[in-house]
Design a protein around this ligand. Sequence first.
Ligand code: NAP
Length: 423
Amino acid sequence: MSKIPCTPEEIKLPAEGELIRFENGRYVVPDKPIIAYIEGDGIGPEIVNHSMKVINAAVEKAYGGKRKIIWYELAAGEKAQHLCGELLPKGTLEAIKITKLAAKGPLTTPVGGGFRSLNVAIRMALDLYANIRPVRFYGQPAPSKYADKVDFVIFRENTEDLYKGVEWEMGSEEALKIINFVKKEFGVNLREDSGIGIKPISEFATKRLARKALQWAIKNKIPTVTIMHKGNIMKYTEGAFRRWAYEVAVNEFRDYIVTEQELWEKYNGQMPEGKILVNDRIADNMLQQIITRPWDYKMIVAPNINGDYISDEANALVGGIGMAAGLNAGDEMAVAEPVHGTAPKYAGKDVANPTAELLSMSLMVSQLMDWKEVGYLVEEALRRAIKDRKVTQDLTRHMPGVTPLKASEFRDALIGYIEEIEL
Ligand code: NAP
């Protein structure tokens, strides 16, 4: 086994694997690709190791010995602190730049003081600007009566908006300076006892997100792309987000899309065959419509904060965050990670649901590496396990009379289903 690299000089790739390349807008994947992984904190090591085993079983089932993922361990969080004396070693970031694809478990972020979120630091350092979150129903217990109609993917901007973290405390020198500045320069009165935050939304970041979302929609034949914004109130940030996203759709994907306005003006409300409808919805309206009419939504493109809120709400519709997958993607790199955190109270107890981590890895393998059979096997195995009520405690809690499986038993059940499924 390779040693975990703390520094770039210590990076020593596993000899039996080959590197994934990025050429002409796509990943070129050898039969034995090296993919990095980070176990993470809390329940991270358990869910990551279970998920890798299930993915390995699916690869083996789909391709026999012809293809195999060669996993390469990196460290961040507590393990990195222990091994390298720092929470996010340079060796980790540099190795991901080389392997291009990585999967990670959740990492601890203290509330209030302490260090900045390592998750955010990784996304920023690698410029993973699109947070891709599919929300889908697999038969799990869910609070929404329309859960079986939920099937959409959220593209959340990952690098700016209020998440940029540009803010100053009430009464600080910086906050008071800004309050005085806007009063003097623009005649705008802000209360002196205000904390100040800055909400940057740029044309560059919006357009690259919209571009990635539309490319994904075309590849996956997604019929509707909805731009989510609060542009009626925040005209020059979220309103501009809406305008720039439409500009990308109309100027760069003209042959593929029809806007909602064009649908009525040119096509009398009848969608032309094979085209993608691009529309937009105001955020508050959308937050209620995904509950009352989830079938209207197939892809949601949102600025960072809206994307944050709607993805938790959307996952709640189908049963909660133990199942919620995510992929942080840049132009030539991506890191798969679940939406949930380290759930410290379950760490080391063999009870945490590995599904969110597993679906995150599966999304990376099937969408970015184009090993589609792996995605199919994982999702079908999950459907069968849920149907047979072979699930972990977070799900059996809502299934009266069903005994929960340990996480390792659930992993083995999934592998058993994978072996049974006909391809
Ligand atoms: P959390 O770790 O997501 O856990 C909240 C609750 O969600 C758990 O108590 C548990 O609910 C449920 N849960 C989450 N994952 C589960 C799984 N795999 N299986 C079963 N149940 C699961 O959120 P948190 O307690 O707010 O945050 C803990 C730490 O994680 C913090 O340091 C936070 O900063 C960090 N975090 C990291 C990431 C990331 O790495 N991307 C994301 C979010 C949070 P029940 O109590 O109902 O059983």
